[in-house]
Design a protein around this ligand. Structure first.
Ligand SMILES: [Zn+2]
Length: 180
């Protein structure tokens, strides 16, 4: 189980798999993650445990981004303005790890989240059209009584996202999160 990297009711302005034409040049069948429309400087929390790797694409690609990997799960949180963990650092689900931004190839401030499933450290289903990225909404739950699918606020562009099927609602408490 993984948590949303953002508490509250995040606005989703691009769902997984959307806009295939825009992602064809990158070799993807569509958007390879979820975009949350949040202001620059919004605190982002680790969606699951793992070891952090800090990367910076400069003005291109994901810009300043952090990868969290525990050998079974890998999250990439991208277009950041600030990262408060260092490469090699163990982080725990719910830890505040970075702040959102609009670095790299970003049209505006948002948080991009890519999630991949690994087996023995190897990304699975790399030929799925998204480089192995999968739609996390199937098994993401927001904190406390918040659910990404049921409580998220969607822009019109992201509405098709709602047509996807989800497993039964399930709520979790975040063991690590302090006061937001
Ligand atoms: Zn994105």
């Amino acid at each position: 189980m993984i948590f949303s990297p953002l508490p509250g009711k995040p606005v989703i302005n691009q769902g997984f798999g959307q806009n295939p034409e825009a992602y064809a040049p990158f070799g993807f069948a569509g958007h390879e993650g979820i975009d949350f429309g949040v202001p620059v400087g919004t605190t982002v929390y680790a969606p699951h445990d793992g070891v952090a790797t800090v990367k910076n694409d400069g003005a291109t690609g994901y810009g300043l981004h952090v990868v969290i990997d525990d050998g079974k799960r890998r999250s990439c949180l991208a277009h950041l303005s600030e990262i408060s963990v260092t490469s090699g650092q163990q982080v725990y689900q719910g830890d505040p790890i970075c702040k959102s931004g609009q670095s790299g190839n970003a049209h505006g401030p948002h948080l991009h989240w890519t999630f991949k499933i690994l087996k023995n450290g190897v990304v699975q289903n790399k030929d799925n059209g998204f480089g192995g990225a999968v739609d996390v909404t199937e098994f993401t739950r927001l904190w406390l009584d918040q659910d990404l699918h049921h409580d998220g606020e969607y822009t019109d562009d992201a509405k098709p996202y709602l047509a996807m099927n989800f497993s039964a609602n399930q709520y979790l408490k975040n063991p690590n999160r302090g006061v937001a």
